[in-house]
Design a protein. Structure first.
Length: 82
C-alpha cells in the first residue's frame, strides 16, 4: 500500500511540475500578445489620425505619391526610420 501511495505521489508531483511549466508558457504568450495588441492599437490610432487630418485638409495623403512610406516604416519607431 505504501509503495502505491509513494508512486502516486511522485506521479502527481511530476504532473504538477509539468502544469507549472505550461502555465509559465501561457503567461509569457499572453504578455507577448497583449504587447502586440497594444502596438497594433497604437498604429491603428496613428493611421486613423492621419486619415482624419487628410480629410480635413482636403487631400489624398500626407505624402506625395512617390514618397509614400511602406508598412515597415510605419511600424518602426520614429527614430529608426530610414
Amino acid at each position: 500500500m505504501r509503495n502505491q501511495v509513494q508512486t502516486r505521489l511522485e506521479a502527481l508531483k511530476k504532473e504538477f511540475e509539468t502544469g507549472q511549466i505550461e502555465l509559465e508558457k501561457v503567461e509569457k504568450q499572453r504578455t507577448y500578445l497583449r504587447e502586440m495588441m497594444l502596438r497594433i492599437s497604437g498604429a491603428i490610432r496613428i493611421l486613423e489620425e492621419l486619415l482624419a487630418k487628410d480629410q480635413a485638409a482636403g487631400h489624398d495623403g500626407p505624402y506625395p505619391e512617390a514618397a509614400q512610406p511602406t508598412v515597415a516604416q510605419v511600424d518602426q519607431p520614429a527614430g529608426s526610420r530610414t
